[in-house]
Design a protein around this ligand. Structure first.
Ligand SMILES: [Zn+2]
Length: 313
C-alpha cells in the first residue's frame, strides 16, 4: 500500500515546527518546540526526532517519510547540511542522524527551496513544472523548480537571489557584500528606503521614529501616502530586475511571490516589477509569464513535499 501521509519539519533559528500532512498538504497534526541551537547539534536533532515521533503516534495511516527545511546550504542529495549560519551548523549529516532515530526515510532541503516545492505540490504552481519562487519578508528567499524538481546547484547555492548585488556601492548586507537584493526588497530594505525619503523631507504622514515598521510603510502606501507609494515603486523596480534575471535564465511559466510582505504588498509591487521587466528583457523571455501570490505559508508544509519529490525518483 502506498503511504498517503508525510511529515514536514521547519527548523528555524528559534523554533521547530513539525506537521503531519496528506498528499494535498492538509495538516492533520502539528508539534512545536524551541530550537535551542546553542545546546548543540545532538540536542536539536533529538528535539526534531521527538516531534516526529509524536506525529508518528498521531498518524491514522502509513507515513512515506520526513522532509526537513533548514535555513542554510543543504546538500539535498546526501541530506547533509553543509552550512547553516543561524544554527551554527557545518557538515551535519542530518538525514542520516534523524533516520536512525525515527526509522523513517528523511530528506532535507533549504527552507526557501522547500517552500517553492510546496507551491508545486500543494499551492500556486500545481500543474506548472517550471517556475521561480520569491519570498519577501525579513529577507528575500527564493527557489527554482524545473521539470517539477528543485534546482540545488553545484555547491547547493542555486536560487540565492537575495544575495545578488544590484548595486556594489549600495547598503551593506549581512553577507558582507553591498547592495544585495535583500537590502532593498525586504522588510528592513523597505524601512531603510522609507527613512532615506523621510530624511530628504518629503511630504508624508509617516514619521521616522524608532518604532517605525515596514508594516507602517505598507499601510501608508495602501492609503496612497505619496512617500510610501514612492518607496514601493522604487522597491518594485528592484524586484523587476530580479524578475529579469529569472526570465533570461529560466524563461519560467510563472513566478510565485511568497513571504508575509510579498503577499501583503503583492499589488503594490508586481505591476511595477513587470513594467521594469519589460524594459530589461525581450518579449520572448517573458511574454506569457504569470506572477501569482503563494498559497503555502508554513515552512513545515513545504518541507513535507520533499517526500513526494523523492517518491517520484
Ligand atoms: Zn547579501
Amino acid at each position: 500500500m502506498t503511504a498517503s501521509l508525510a511529515i514536514g519539519v521547519d527548523v528555524g533559528a528559534t523554533k521547530i515546527a513539525a506537521i503531519l500532512a496528506d498528499r494535498s498538504g492538509h495538516v492533520l497534526a502539528e508539534e512545536r518546540a524551541l530550537t535551542g541551537a546553542a545546546e548543540g547539534v545532538a540536542a536539536v536533532v533529538s528535539r526534531i526526532a521527538a516531534a516526529v515521533q509524536a506525529l508518528q503516534r498521531a498518524a491514522p495511516a502509513p507515513i512515506a517519510g520526513v522532509g526537513v527545511g533548514i535555513p542554510g546550504y543543504v546538500d539535498a542529495a546526501q541530506g547533509i547540511v553543509r552550512n547553516a549560519v543561524n544554527l551554527g551548523w557545518q557538515e551535519v549529516d542530518l538525514a542520516a542522524r534523524l533516520r536512525h532515530e525515527v526509522r523513517l526515510d528523511v530528506w532535507a532541503g533549504n527552507d526557501a527551496n522547500v517552500l517553492a516545492l510546496g507551491e508545486y505540490y500543494y499551492g500556486a504552481a500545481q500543474s506548472c513544472a517550471n517556475f521561480a519562487y520569491i519570498a519577501i519578508g525579513s529577507g528575500l528567499g527564493s527557489g527554482i523548480v524545473l521539470d517539477g524538481r528543485l534546482v540545488i546547484g553545484a555547491t547547493y547555492a542555486a536560487a540565492e537571489l537575495g544575495h545578488l548585488s544590484l548595486d556594489p556601492a549600495g547598503r551593506l548586507c549581512a553577507c558582507g557584500l553591498r547592495g544585495c537584493v535583500e537590502t532593498v526588497v525586504s522588510g528592513p530594505g523597505i524601512l531603510a528606503t522609507a527613512r532615506e525619503h523621510l530624511a530628504r523631507g518629503e511630504r508624508s504622514a509617516l514619521r521616522d521614529t524608532a518604532g517605525l515598521t515596514p508594516e507602517n510603510v505598507l499601510d501608508a502606501a495602501l492609503a496612497r501616502d505619496p512617500l510610501a507609494v514612492a518607496v514601493f515603486d522604487e522597491t518594485a523596480a528592484w524586484l523587476g530586475m530580479v524578475f529579469a534575471v529569472c526570465a533570461v535564465m529560466l524563461n519560467p511559466e510563472r513566478i510565485v511571490i511568497g513571504g508575509g510582505l510579498g503577499r501583503a504588498a503583492f499589488d503594490l509591487l508586481v505591476p511595477g516589477a513587470l513594467a521594469e521587466l519589460s524594459r530589461r528583457v525581450v518579449p520572448q523571455s517573458c511574454a506569457h509569464l504569470q506572477v501569482t501570490p503563494s498559497q503555502v505559508t508554513a515552512g513545515a508544509v513545504g518541507a513535507s513535499s520533499l517526500v513526494w519529490q523523492a517518491e517520484r525518483g
